[in-house]
Design a protein around this ligand. Sequence first.
Ligand SMILES: Nc1ncnc2c1ncn2[C@@H]1O[C@H](COP(=O)(O)OP(=O)(O)OP(=O)(O)O)[C@@H](O)[C@H]1O
Ligand SMILES: [Mg+2]
Length: 368
Amino acid sequence: MAQVGLKEVSKVYPGGIAAVRNVSLEVGDGEFVVLVGPSGCGKSTTLRMIAGLEEVTEGEISIGGRVVNEVPPKDRDIAMVFQNYALYPHMTVYNNMAFGLKLRRYPKAEIDQRVREAARVLEIEELLNRKPKALSGGERQRVALGRAIVRNPQVFLFDEPLSNLDAMLRVQMRAEIEKLHTRLGTTMIYVTHDQVEAMTMGDRIVVMLDGVVQQISTPSELYQKPVNRFVAGFIGSPPMNFLEGRLKSEQGTLRFTSDMGDVALDVHDSHRAALEAHAGQGVLMGIRPEDLLENATQTPVPGRSLTATVEMVEPLGAETYLYLSVDGHSITGRVHADVLPQVASTHVIDLDLSKAHYFDASTGEAIL
Ligand SMILES: Nc1ncnc2c1ncn2[C@@H]1O[C@H](COP(=O)(O)OP(=O)(O)OP(=O)(O)O)[C@@H](O)[C@H]1O
Ligand SMILES: [Mg+2]
């Protein structure tokens, strides 16, 4: 087990592609940290630099307190699991798992003991004599995990290990990896572009965009206090709604008015102090779909309700997604399963404005 530290790490690929810019990160001993962000944001590059598969252009990487910039991958005491499993097709499951240990000249008895123990943990004991092509995707993924586990590394690195699996199996394997983490207590760094995966698995989450870390937080803090517009829109499904507009002070009330149409919403008392200084300025208001509430009497409350045209209704059983149009703005609501309005009808929706987010219109930085 070990801490992993990145100090102002950058990677510029040949051709001048700046894939990772000035990333600093401390992963605690035994922690499960998830790197998440859209395609091309530098997640794999970051992970591959930790593994030693990619050279660091600038900055310092340490594992267990030791700077490893110049240490070759095989001496870093890490194990990596990839998306495509990278199993050896001509070897049995047993040999796939044993291979790395044989290379390192472990005694035969110890190899056997480690492989069988990993197979037991992953429930693949019956598969040990099969070749990869005779396995399902989920089984192959388990073997890839097994190959990492037998090494008993200080750190596990995962690069989208579940993205080749179907939705159900992915949820199951997610739980397996979490159990594995609890059981082994080993430091894990996990890359995914799936924010749901990140939210459910990580002790902490690192959100990246264009090679730059946007925010490092626990899942709940990331959800409740996104530091900028990008994080706010990236985390959460369906995504947060955004309205462009400005703050205006009118007769003692601080009010948000949208640029398009004439949505006017009162700033919640608890936000007023923080927002007052921004009166007269352009802001982006954000409200999550679950903070749209059905107005039971369909009577608009000035400053708090929206009158929306229903464009689409998605009943999901446990809840309903409403796709609404409000004065030319598209807004998504996530409401009680019983709320099933007619398409093209108008519908009054209240907003829980105590949950609203506000961002600087020009920088996208959170104001609250
Ligand atoms: N070997 C390489 N040579 C040049 N550019 C590269 C190389 N590998 C990656 N890049 C570029 O670096 C940037 C980051 O790539 P990276 O693979 O780290 O992204 P990612 O976040 O893992 O994306 P994905 O979710 O698609 O896997 C991209 O712009 C990519 O095109
Ligand atoms: Mg990648």
